[in-house]
Write a protein that binds this ligand. Structure first.
Ligand code: GLY
Ligand code: MN
Ligand code: MN
Length: 464
């Protein structure tokens, strides 16, 4: 059995356990960019998870007996001359190990047959615009045949609920790809750091000198991703020189990389449908200033504290809490937060004053999607009363308990915008350090440590 067959069998089993039914799943649509050009096509992650098939215009149906049906684009010589080879329904049966396959042109005639006499229909809710209307149309066709003995599904369920749980815990096949994606991305960060140092070493008046800019480093990242077979970046690369690092969703633009400034790169490749997500912050010329180094070491210590509690049995929020505690201590020690005004670490954690410099969470699930699916609270648990950071009581479900096979990022940061009362030496410094962690039986494996993270090691790499 292929991994895709195994996953489909697991879905069939879940449908059976829920009283029978059929699951329907389309892949992603193509998106026009302008005139005859489309955006690069990217399959739907759920669909790919169950098929390994990346052609557009495809659908999958699985029923609780385990029978699988695929719909795909028909063979069409004219279209294949222009757009490329299509698998076609005939070859799809053997190639994708499905029980039957039809042309997508037969969707509206076949779906009502697949839905007839099924107890329930499962499809992804609120993810594919127009899907509910399509399903309604097919159910209407089934109902029109009731007199001829067809029974209409009595209930509808969100297929994401089943798939999200499956996708949250990665199997060996997925882990192997994630490791490779992480290693390619780490190599790309190394290359960007080295390029930055080399460009800044070059005297401004020398032959062939070009002003080093953010996009030069982005080009190095993309080159390294692609030359190792990555199909796309997993998200738009952030290459942020100097103060731009304080803009959380900045992208690589034209700003100059200057000696004395930091550069923050948040970039990762997508490989065979799986993401990676790395952030490194380094001095553009390879040498941290004392103020940069002070904040850098705080962020690194925060990440180390988070890594220590990324292990089975801990909650999803434990790494965030551990990192935030270290960051807050650092903010008080450096005077970013005035001790006289803000008090001790616990006071700051409660008041939330640290959010001036640290306004995001310390991680997210990662997998096929860079911000991957999966419940962040423990399934089946009851909401309980808790005090929120502002002191109000709120009802919250307890956070997810970490288990081996889960993959999450660990990405603390500090971002200092110029403001009254903030020591000037730290103004415009933005630092984030991000690695991708696989929860193992005893702790976690960082899949992205092919790029140095300690300040001394970054400096050594950039000197080399
Ligand atoms: N690169 C997206 C993130 O770090 O969440
Ligand atoms: Mn991330
Ligand atoms: Mn990131």
């Amino acid at each position: 059995m292929t991994v895709y067959q195994k996953r489909r069998a697991q879905i069939a089993k879940a449908l059976k356990a829920a009283g029978g039914g059929v699951a329907l799943l389309p892949t992603a649509p193509e998106h026009p960019r302008n005139r005859d050009s489309d955006f690069p096509y990217r399959h739907d992650s759920y669909f790919y998870y169950l098929t390994g098939f990346s052609e557009p215009d495809s659908w999958l149906a699985i029923d609780s007996s385990g029978k699988t049906t695929l719909f795909c684009r028909p063979k069409d010589l004219e279209r294949e001359i222009w757009d490329g080879i299509r698998l076609g329904p005939k070859a799809a049966v053997a190639s994708l190990q499905v029980d039957q396959a039809f042309s997508v042109a037969e969707l509206d005639t076949q779906m009502p047959l697949l839905l007839s006499n099924q107890a329930a229909v499962w499809f992804p809710f609120a993810t594919h615009p127009g899907l509910e209307t399509q399903v309604d149309g097919w159910l209407g066709k089934v109902r029109a045949r009731i007199r001829f003995g067809a029974e209409c599904p009595q209930s509808q369920h969100d297929l994401c609920k089943l798939l999200d749980e499956m996708r949250l815990v990665k199997d060996a096949h997925e882990i192997a790809i994630l490791r490779r994606a992480g290693s390619i991305s780490a190599g790309a960060h190394v290359r960007a750091m080295q390029t930055s140092a080399a460009m800044l070493r070059k005297p401004a008046k020398s032959a062939g000198y070009v002003v080093p800019r953010e996009y030069h480093l982005e080009a190095e990242l993309l080159h390294e991703f692609r030359r190792h077979g990555s199909q796309f970046p997993a998200y738009t690369s952030i290459v942020a020189a100097g103060a731009n690092a304080c803009i959380l969703h900045y992208r690589a633009d034209t700003a100059e990389l200057k000696a004395g400034d930091l550069c923050l790169i948040d970039a990762g490749c997508e490989l065979d449908g799986y993401a990676s997500d790395i952030t490194r912050t380094f001095p553009a010329n390879g040498r941290f200033t004392p103020a940069q180094r002070t904040l850098y070491d705080i962020v690194l210590a925060a990440q180390e504290a988070a890594i220590k509690v990324t292990k089975p049995g801990k909650r999803f929020t434990d790494p965030h809490d551990a990192a935030t505690r270290v960051l807050v201590q650092g903010m008080l020690d450096t005077g970013l937060l005035d001790k006289n005004k803000h008090g001790h670490v616990d006071d700051v954690l409660l008041s939330g004053a640290y959010r001036q410099f640290y306004m995001h969470r310390t991680g997210h699930w990662m997998g096929m999607d860079v911000h991957d699916c999966g419940d962040y609270t423990e399934p089946g648990s009851k909401p309980r009363q808790e005090r929120d950071p502002l002191g109000d009581m709120v009802m919250k479900k307890p956070p997810r308990i970490l288990r081996p096979g889960m993959v999450l990022t660990i990405e603390p940061g500090i971002y200092v915008r110029p403001a009254k009362g903030v020591p000037k030496e730290f103004w415009n410094i933005g630092i984030r350090i991000e690695d991708d962690a696989l929860v193992t039986a005893t702790g976690c494996e960082l899949m992205t440590r092919g790029v140095p993270v300690k300040a001394d090691e970054i400096e050594a790499l950039m000197r080399g």
